[in-house]
Design a protein around this ligand. Structure first.
Ligand SMILES: Cc1cc2nc3c(=O)[nH]c(=O)nc-3n(C[C@H](O)[C@H](O)[C@H](O)COP(=O)(O)O)c2cc1C
Length: 154
């Protein structure tokens, strides 16, 4: 079975909760198809030791910003920076396949802006966005995006 790493950061628990449901959903799929994937959800935070990633991975980042209500250079990422630092660490981002995002549409132009910026900075696709801890359809869509984007020979 193929193991797929999803690195995530979670400040208030929504992404952590989503990841648990994603891991469980992937396990359910395996009962129907033994050639499926296992999701290894890895939480990154200020308190984990950084390491050089050895295999391809996806990331999931929620959105926290300061500096106003726009989307210009005055707007800064807060709270989630450890994930960006981890991606920069020893060029880990080179093994990143794509990005997933949690946010809240009430933030208008700032909806999932951190993930959009990661996508632009690292030249990797923003694969899927959901609100807060997502609904079941989000878990299914996220899973489908993973399946579509794992290189066949990985
Ligand atoms: C103080 C604060 C600021 C936020 N700012 C944004 C934002 O600018 N854009 C956005 O899409 N979501 C924003 N959100 C929503 C969070 O990204 C969303 O709740 C997300 O699910 C949090 O994930 P986590 O619980 O895993 O940390 C904000 C939430 C809080 C509490």
């Amino acid at each position: 079975m193929k193991k797929v790493r999803v690195l995530y950061i979670s400040i208030e628990g929504n992404s952590r909760n989503f990841m648990k449901r994603l891991v469980a959903y992937a396990k359910e799929q395996n009962h129907q198809n033994p050639n499926n994937i296992e999701i290894e959800a890895v939480e990154i935070s200020d308190s984990v030791d950084f390491a050089k990633e050895q295999q391809l991975f996806f990331v999931n980042v929620p959105t926290y910003l300061e500096g106003g209500t726009g989307d210009g250079p005055e707007i800064h990422e807060i709270f989630t920076n450890a994930l960006g630092d981890y991606l920069d660490y020893q060029d880990n981002y080179k093994k990143m396949i794509g990005i997933f995002a949690s946010g809240n549409r009430n933030f208008n132009v700032q909806f999932v802006l951190t993930a959009k910026r990661y996508a632009a900075k690292y030249g990797k696709p923003l694969l899927y966005s959901y609100e807060l801890s997502g609904i079941k359809q989000d878990v299914e869509n996220f899973y489908a995006k993973i399946i579509d984007n794992i290189p066949k020979d990985a």
